[in-house]
Design a protein around this ligand. Structure first.
Ligand SMILES: Cc1ncc(COP(=O)(O)O)c(C=O)c1O
Length: 420
C-alpha cells in the first residue's frame, strides 16, 4: 500500500461533532463495560484490531456471492478479506470448508436447517428449558414453527445429557437432523456418541458450538469438527471476534451450506464483519489465546467453587467450560431477583432457568455466569474468589449495593478493560 494512503477508519471525534447524542451513548457503554463486572457467558471484549476492521469502509461494499463469484463489481479487495478468513478458519479448526458470511448464530443455524432439511422434517435437539437455544425447536422460533422438533434434556439426578435418552428418541423418531450444543450447559458434550447415534439412524449431525467454539479454537476442549456434518457458531463469545456467525462443514456439504447462506437465507454479506472475523481467527491461533482459553475454564471452575462455598449449588456439580449454571434455591433468591440485585452492584449476569425449574422462565431459579470477559481483562482464580464473594454479598436481602459496587470498581480498576 502506498505510503501516503490514509486509513479512513474510526474517527470518534467526527462522530462526536456530527452526532453527539449517539457519541454519548457509545461512551456511556464503554464506561459501563469498564466500570462493572461483565459475567454474561456469551459476551467478551474484542480487541482494538477487531474493532478497527468493524469500523472500516468495508461496510460500504456490496459483495453478494462468494470470492471470485460475485454479483457486483469492485470486489477484489473484499474477496481477499474473505479468502484470508476462510483459509484461517480451515487451518484453525482443521475443517474442510468454512463459510464466514452468516450475520449471527441464529442465521447460521437457519442456514444449517436450509442446507440439510425441508420444512416438516423431524429434528432432534436439546430442549430450551434444559439449556438448548431458541433455534433448537422453540415454539416461538422458525425451528419450532416449521419443523417437527423432538427434544431431549438432561437427567434429573445428574443434570447431564442422557445419551440413552437421545438414542431412544432417535430410534423412535428417525430425525433427519440431530442437533447438539447448548446455551446453558456447562459440561463437555460427547460428540463421538452423537455421531454414532446419527449414523445409526441416518441423520445429519449439526453441532451448534456457539458457546464453546472459542475453547475449541484455543485447544482447551475437544473439537466437534471431526464428528459433525456441520458446525455452526457465533464469533463473539469466547472466540472474541465481532458479533456474527460462521459455519464449518465437510467438503461434501460445502455447496449446500454456501447456497443455504446465500442466496437462500441472506443477501449481501457484511464485509466489515467478515474482515473482523478474519482478524479474530488470526488472534485465536496465537499461543497467548490458547493460554487465555485454558484460563477461561480455570476461572469458571474457580467461580463455580466460590459460589458453592457461599451456599449456592452448581448445576451438574460444576463446569468443564466457560460458564456455570447456579441454582439459587438454597439461598432463597430467584434468578430475576439475583439479576436485578447484582445489576445494582455493577455485576452484570443473567437469570437462567435450571433443569426442571419450578419457576417460569421470566423468573428462573438460577443464574448463568461466564468468564470470557473477565479473563480477557486478565483476572485469574484468586480474583474469581473475590467475584464469588461480591456476588454472594449482592444477593443478600439488605445488601448495600453502592458499597459492593465500590469494591467491584476496585477490582476492575486493577484489571481494566480497554486500558487507556
Ligand atoms: C447455542 C446458541 N446458538 C445460537 C445462538 C444465536 O446467536 P445470535 O444471538 O448471534 O443469533 C446463541 C446465542 O446466544 C447460542 O447460545
Amino acid at each position: 500500500m502506498a505510503a501516503e494512503s490514509v486509513f479512513w477508519g474510526p474517527d470518534f471525534q467526527a462522530l462526536q461533532e456530527e452526532d453527539p447524542q449517539i457519541a454519548e451513548v457509545i461512551l456511556g457503554e464503554l464506561e459501563r463495560q469498564r466500570s462493572g463486572l461483565q459475567l454474561i457467558a456469551s459476551e467478551n471484549f474484542t480487541s482494538p484490531a477487531v474493532l478497527a476492521a468493524l469500523g472500516s469502509t468495508l461496510s460500504n461494499k456490496y459483495a453478494e456471492g462468494y470470492p471470485n463469484k460475485r454479483y457486483y463489481g469492485g470486489c477484489s479487495e473484499v474477496d481477499q478479506a474473505e479468502e484470508i478468513g476462510i483459509a484461517r478458519a480451515k487451518e484453525l479448526f482443521g475443517a474442510e470448508h468454512a463459510n464466514l458470511q452468516p450475520h449471527s448464530g441464529a442465521s447460521a443455524n437457519l442456514a444449517a436447517y436450509g442446507a440439510f432439511t425441508k420444512p416438516g422434517d423431524t429434528v432432534l435437539a436439546m430442549s430450551l428449558p434444559h439449556g438448548g437455544h431458541l433455534t433448537h425447536g422453540s415454539a416461538v422460533n422458525f425451528s419450532g414453527k416449521w419443523f417437527n422438533v423432538v427434544s431431549y434434556g438432561v437427567r434429573a439426578d445428574t443434570e447431564l445429557i442422557d445419551m440413552d435418552e437421545v438414542r431412544d428418541a432417535a430410534r423412535q423418531h428417525q430425525p433427519r437432523m440431530i442437533i447438539c450444543g447448548a446455551t446453558a450447559y456447562s459440561r463437555l458434550i460427547d460428540f463421538a456418541a452423537f455421531r454414532a447415534i446419527a449414523d445409526e439412524v441416518g441423520a445429519i449431525l449439526m453441532v451448534d458450538a456457539a458457546h464453546f467454539i472459542g475453547l475449541v479454537a484455543g485447544k482447551a476442549i475437544p473439537s466437534p469438527v471431526p464428528y459433525a456434518d456441520v458446525v455452526t457458531f457465533t464469533t463473539h463469545k469466547v472466540l472474541r471476534g465481532p458479533r456474527g456467525g460462521m459455519m464449518l462443514c465437510k467438503a461434501e456439504h460445502a455447496a449446500a451450506v454456501d447456497k443455504a447462506v446465500f442466496p437462500m437465507m441472506q443477501g449481501g454479506p457484511l464485509m466489515h464483519a467478515v474482515a473482523a472475523k478474519a482478524v479474530a481467527l488470526r488472534e485465536a491461533a496465537s499461543p497467548s489465546y490458547q493460554a487465555y482459553a485454558k484460563q477461561v475454564i480455570a476461572n469458571a471452575q474457580a467461580l463455580s467453587e466460590a459460589l458453592t462455598a457461599e451456599g449456592m449449588r452448581a448445576v451438574s456439580g460444576g463446569t468443564d467450560t466457560h460458564l456455570a449454571l447456579i441454582d439459587l434455591r438454597g439461598i432463597d433468591v430467584t434468578g430475576a431477583q439475583a439479576e436485578q440485585r447484582c445489576d445494582a452492584a455493577r455485576i452484570t449476569l443473567n437469570k437462567n432457568a435450571i433443569p426442571y425449574d419450578p419457576q417460569p422462565p421470566s423468573v428462573g431459579s438460577g443464574i448463568r455466569v461466564g468468564t470470557p470477559a473477565v479473563t480477557t481483562q486478565g483476572m485469574t482464580e484468586d480474583d474469581m474468589k473475590t467475584v464469588g464473594s461480591l456476588i454472594a454479598a449482592a444477593l443478600r436481602p439488605q445488601a448495600d449495593a453502592a458499597a459492593i459496587a465500590a469494591q467491584v470498581g476496585d477490582l476492575v480498576r486493577r484489571h481494566p478493560a480497554y486500558p487507556v
